[in-house]
Structure formats: C-alpha cells, structure tokens
Design a protein around this ligand. Structure first.
Ligand SMILES: *[C@@H]1O[C@H](CO)[C@@H](O)[C@H](O)[C@H]1NC(C)=O
Ligand SMILES: *[C@@H]1O[C@H](CO)[C@@H](O)[C@H](O)[C@H]1NC(C)=O
Ligand SMILES: *[C@@H]1O[C@H](CO)[C@@H](O)[C@H](O)[C@H]1NC(C)=O
Length: 185
C-alpha cells in the first residue's frame, strides 16, 4: 500500500518535471512550420561620421581620466546616429542610419568597441535592423566585425561586416567609411 502511494507520487513528480522542462524550451527539427530557405544578402554603403557640424551625428559623451592625453583616446565613449548613403557623397541617397555606441578600448593600438544597429529606411529592408558588435582597429585598412543578429527580415541573422576608411579629414575629424555587410537570414 505504502509503496503504491510512493510510486504514484514519484510518477506524478516525474510528470511534473517533464512538463516543466517542455515549457522551458522546445526545439523543433527541420522542416519547421513556415521555414524559408536561408538567403545571403550583401549590402554596400557609406557611413558618414560627422563630429563637427551644427548637428553632429557623433558625440563624445564620456572620457576617462587620461583619454585626452592618450594617443588612442582610451576610455572615450561616443554615441552615434550616423548617416548611411548609397554613394560616398553626403548628398547621395540616404538608405538608413547606424545608431549605437563606440568606445575606445585599446591602450596601444587605436581600436573601438562597436555596438551598432544598422537601421534601414528605404527599399525592401526598410524597417528591418542588423546588429553589429565587434572590435574596430581603425588604423587597419580593412576591419572585420561580426553581425550578431537582426530584426524583421533579418531574424536569426548572422554574418560579418568589413569597414574601410574612404576619407578622414584630420582637421574636422569627420570620416566617411565604406561598409560591406554580408548576412545570412
Ligand atoms: C577631455 O576633453 C573634452 C573635450 O574638450 C572635455 O569635455 C572633457 O572634460 C575632457 N576630459 C578630461 C578627463 O579632462
Ligand atoms: C598592436 O599593433 C602591433 C604593431 O602593429 C602588433 O604587433 C600588436 O599585435 C597589436 N596588438 C593588438 C592587441 O592588436
Ligand atoms: C576638412 O575640414 C576642414 C574644417 O572643417 C575644411 O575646411 C576642409 O575643407 C575639409 N577638407 C576636405 C578635403 O573636405
């Protein structure tokens, strides 16, 4: 009698455990409902980082104790709402924005931690975003950074971005950066 109650109880407990784990996560094997084939999209655009203007697109919001005397601006943090255009001229068609935070995180080689959301405002990807997160050693010719995800058309997205300085005005500090972004989605 006692052992029957025990085994009933343990059966109930086991059932409860299974139900809980099923509620916590569920993996569906392919093909899953609404599955689409993965596509690779390549973007090519220019990013305008404007620090000196009536309305700068890039503003320094914090500096570390030695950022101003450091050759690599170590500790500097900037918030950006940079303009993305099809061509390299600022007057070229705007396709979106790069919104995020840059931080100078290298004491020896000038390098930025980049956390950017690429927000597209025109074309078939209007309203969708791509999230970029990585290290940008700005003195290098080509800098590669991971694409860690996205929204809308880019759900489950992943890929990489390559950035090349197109122009950098030493006097104003303004820069135009050429971007190639590859994303599976
Ligand atoms: C560094 O320079 C900026 C701009 O001139 C200034 O706002 C900031 O207070 C300076 N930081 C330090 C730690 O002196
Ligand atoms: C910094 O640059 C030097 C010289 O180019 C290189 O040897 C070193 O590996 C770099 N360090 C990092 C952390 O990238
Ligand atoms: C660089 O910036 C300075 C200061 O804003 C400006 O006078 C100059 O025309 C710029 N140079 C180029 C090549 O755009």
């Amino acid at each position: 009698m006692g052992s029957l109650v025990l085994s009933l109880l343990s059966a109930l407990l086991l059932a409860a455990t299974i139900t809980e784990s099923e509620a916590f996560s569920k993996t569906v094997k392919k093909p899953y409902p609404g599955q689409k084939l993965e596509k690779l999209t390549h973007f090519h655009f220019y990013l305008h980082d404007i620090v000196t203007a009536d309305k700068p697109t890039s503003v320094v919001v914090a500096t570390g104790p030695a950022s101003n005397s450091s050759a690599t601006a170590f500790g500097m943090v900037a918030v950006v709402d940079d303009i993305l255009t099809v061509g390299h001229e600022i007057t070229s068609a705007e396709v979106g924005r790069a919104q995020g935070v840059f931080a100078s995180t290298d004491q020896k080689n000038f390098s930025l931690l980049m956390t950017l959301n690429l927000v597209f405002t025109t074309g078939e990807f209007s309203g969708s975003t791509i999230s970029l997160y990585g290290r940008n050693p700005i003195m290098s010719k080509v800098r590669e950074m991971p694409i860690v995800g996205g929204t809308g058309a880019f759900r489950f997205g992943g890929g990489y971005a390559q950035a090349k300085t197109f122009t950098f005005n030493l006097t104003s500090g303004n820069a135009v950066i050429e971007y190639n972004v590859y994303i599976w989605h």
